[in-house]
Structures are given as structure tokens and as C-alpha cells.
Design a protein around this ligand. Sequence first.
Ligand code: FAD
Length: 511
Amino acid sequence: MKLFSHKDIERSQDLECDVCIIGSGAGGSTLAAGLTEDGFDVIMLEAGEHRWRKDFNMDEGEALQSLYQDGGLRTTADLSISILQGKCVGGSTTINWTTCFRTPDRILDIWQNKYGAHELTSAALKPHFEEVEQRLNVQPWPEEALNGNNKVILDGCRALDWEASTLRRNVKGCANSGYCGMGCPVDGKQGMLVTYIPDALKKGLRLYTNVRAERIEHSVTQAEQVIAQVWNPKTNRFTGKTLRIRAKIIVSSAGAINGPALFLRSGLNNNGLVGTRTFLHPVIGVSAKFQNPINGFYGAPQSASSHHFINRGRDKIGFFIEAAPTHPMLAATALSVFGKAQQEFMKNLAHSSFIIALHVDGVLEGDNGGTISLKSDGRIQIDYPISDALKEGFLASHQALCELALAGGAEQVSTLHPEPLVLSSAQELSLLSGKTYGALEHGIFTAHQMGGLRLGSDPATSVVNSNLQHHQLKNLFVVDGSVFPTSLGVNPSLTIYALAHRARSAVKNLL
Ligand SMILES: Cc1cc2nc3c(=O)[nH]c(=O)nc-3n(C[C@H](O)[C@H](O)[C@H](O)COP(=O)(O)OP(=O)(O)OC[C@H]3O[C@@H](n4cnc5c(N)ncnc54)[C@H](O)[C@@H]3O)c2cc1C
């Protein structure tokens, strides 16, 4: 087994390989499995720790600290958006909620017609979806297994005659515990940690954990080597050891936000595009109180969704509806209330459902999402202005979520404003327009980071082509969610797996 941590790296080293992949998440691991199967010598660097089933003790505090970026406290610079993103072996797939959707045709049409990604048709992607779905055991989740939180979505949508359905999930032998976000303690989740990473390790992958790529050194036409620093998670400091990896091909799979930041640290900023058009599927939520227990902390976190409002016309931002688990730390931080109001809410946690609306950013004309840049000390800055169109979307989605919860049998539904609006009947929905929507007005979240190194056919307006190959440095690839030119309107992991699976042949053809 060629799995190394900071403890194994006693001195600085110069390494060589065919392909160096930075990041072990959805994109990086899928690609690593393909390339090692083809017999190539692959080194993968992962900034986070290697933790696995035996370490996953279902403790929320420990999980956030050890598996998430910035210990679970990543936010936009103005503190308005809380950003959940993985930092561990397997990346965000180790902590994700396993919802799987193929890329919608409507999004692929935009990528083809507006960004020149003519090769990315649903017919061309189909075999890639099929292969990853088989390896990750993507299967429909049975309606009888829905937890109370997700059932609210189905019940409410059926009562209102809105579109809704159960989901597909990448699980095998799922215990339906609901602890997906803390790392699966029974290896039921078929994320990278138990699928493509072990596949690649068996075929010779060298995986260095607690190793952060600082920069990619390059000439005008070639990526040359990766300079990486070794991190000690116990002392929370770099050890002072450096890895220099010379590779024929270098792949950034560091994910949206960190990938663009790596490019900026490396002086790779094509035409000022790097970090721009960063998308988050900005999320708002409501909390609904039920007479019967909901126990939204148990059971598959997401198993039903509604895309009823995905297309609201050319000048409005669409949204889709899903559930979020109600584990105490996540729930308490999602609330903007303190003191007695918070205590009251937490007392009712077992009877509360938490449903969310995810907004489809980057599709509306002129919606450029957010920007990643570097602060003067090198740390990452994330800016995401809330446009008027998005504020209108937030009001519309609040109305939809409240209506849905009440139709689904809620006694009361509350917004996540610091002074929440509490509604008890559909007749009160008009009161929602009296509240303010936008940055710091109510909770806003994201677990879906996309864009920042977008794909396209024109080197003047995109960073990589449809094969995920850099327009200028032909031996540099970006294989992760940062290549999306828009957000998706569905959960992103399956699209990333499929694009990474497809990129394998483009990388192979250069070796
Ligand atoms: C709580 C949560 C729930 C989610 N639920 C779902 C879901 O149900 N369905 C779905 O489709 N999606 C879900 N997602 C999102 C999905 O998991 C991600 O979109 C996907 O994993 C992103 O893949 P990626 O390859 O772009 O990056 P990631 O999977 O995030 O992997 C990037 C990796 O690169 C590492 N890295 C970053 N910088 C460096 C560096 N400089 N050097 C070395 N390593 C580095 C990071 O530590 C990380 O491990 C969820 C995400 C979260 C956080």
C-alpha cells in the first residue's frame, strides 16, 4: 500500500511520476483510478487527513474539525454565506449526502451553445455516467425508506400538485443512520474513499495525505512541477518538509475555491478569468414544526426533491427543493437566533423539519456568481455579492418552502431571519414579502461549489477546453467542479465523476 502521511515524510523529497493529481475528491480520484488501470505511474496529493470508517465516530464537532475546510467555518468574506466543503481523503465525497443526478440537458445545451462545449452532449456523456453509476452503485432510494424530513417534501408537493420524486443515491449496504455528513461509519456510502481510491491504490497509486500543493511551477507552454508542503494536523503547522513532484502531466483536482486559489498562487491567471464565475447554488432554508417526531438527524439526509421551480422564465433565478439533516451543530449554526429563541428551537429539534431551496446561479444573463482572490497574506478570499435577481429568488423560494411545509402538515414554519417570521397557515404567506432578503439578512449556505476555472472553446473566455485541458499549458488539466461554466440545478457530484471519467482518454493520449 502506497499511502503516506506527514509521519512518513521525514525529509524533503524530489519525486517523479507520469501524472501528479492535486486533490483526492470526486474529480481527482475518478481520474486516478482510470489512469492507474491504464498502467500509468500516478502521485496524488491531498491536503486533508486520511480518516476512514474506524475514525468516523458520529461526533459532529470532531467531524467538522477534521473533515471540512476551515474546520467547517469557511465563509464568504462578508460572513453572509456559510460554506460546507470537504478537506480529507475522498474530498467532499467523504462527507456528502450521496444524492446523484445526471447533468440536466438544459444545462448541457447552455454549455454547448453559449460556451462552445459542443462535445458535451448527453449522448457523449451517457457511457461515462453508466460506468461511474455502476462502480458507485447509484440506485433509486425506496420511498418506504424516506425519513420524516424528506417525507415532508413528497407529502407537501403531492398536496399542492407540484413535481417531486425520490432520489438516486450512491450507497451499498446503507444503514440509513443519517450520519453521511460525518463520514460513513459502515462504509455504506460509495464515495471515493471506498471505491476509486482503493482501486487506484491497488494499481500502484502513491497517495500523499496532509500534503498541500502550494504552486505549480511552469514555463509559458508547459506545467513543470508541483511544490507542496507537508502539514502536521496534530500541531496545526507545516512540518517544514517540501515535496517537489516532477510530472509529465499535472492535474488540478483541488475543487472549486481551492483550485482557482492554487492557480493564483502559481501565477496562472489567463486573462483575469481565474476565480471568476464561482457558483454556490446559494441555499436558504426554513424550519417547520410538526406535532409528530420528524427526527431529521436520522435516516438518509436527502432522499426526495422537487424541481417544480427550476425554470421560472428568462429573467428569474430558478431553484430546486431538497432536505437538510438536522444534527444539533448544523441546526444551531443554521439559525440566526440566540438565547431563549435558540433554546426553544433546539428543544423542538426532534419535531422540526429543515427543507432548503438551492438557487441555480450562473444561468441568468449577467449572473456571474462570485469571485475567488488571494488576500495580501496569501489566504483565500471568497466574495459573492447577492444580486437583486437572487434576492427576488430568495423571497420566491421562502414562499414556496413555507407553503410546502404547511401543505405537508407542519403546525408552524419559521424563516431563518434573526427575527424569524413564524407562519401557521397558508393565508399568512403574503407576510413574507414584508421581510428583507439578502446578505446578512438571514442564513445562506452552500455545499455545492462550482466554477472558477471554467471550460469552453474560446481561450479568451475560458481556462480549459471540453477535455478539461488548459488552453495554454497543454500538459495541465483541471478535473473537478471548478470547470463548470454555470451551476447545474442538480447536485454536482455525478457530473464531476462523469467529466473526470471522460478526461481519462485525453490525459492518456498525451502520455
Ligand atoms: C456536506 C456536503 C454534502 C453534499 N452532498 C452532496 C450530495 O448529496 N450530492 C452531490 O452530488 N453533491 C454533494 N455535495 C457536493 C459534492 O460532494 C462536491 O460537489 C464534489 O465532491 C466536488 O468534487 P471536486 O472534485 O470538485 O472537489 P472535492 O471533492 O471537494 O475534492 C477536492 C479535494 O482537494 C483537496 N485540496 C484542495 N486544495 C488542495 C491543495 N492545494 N493541495 C492538495 N489537496 C488540496 C481538498 O482537501 C479536497 O479533499 C456535498 C458537499 C458537502 C460538503
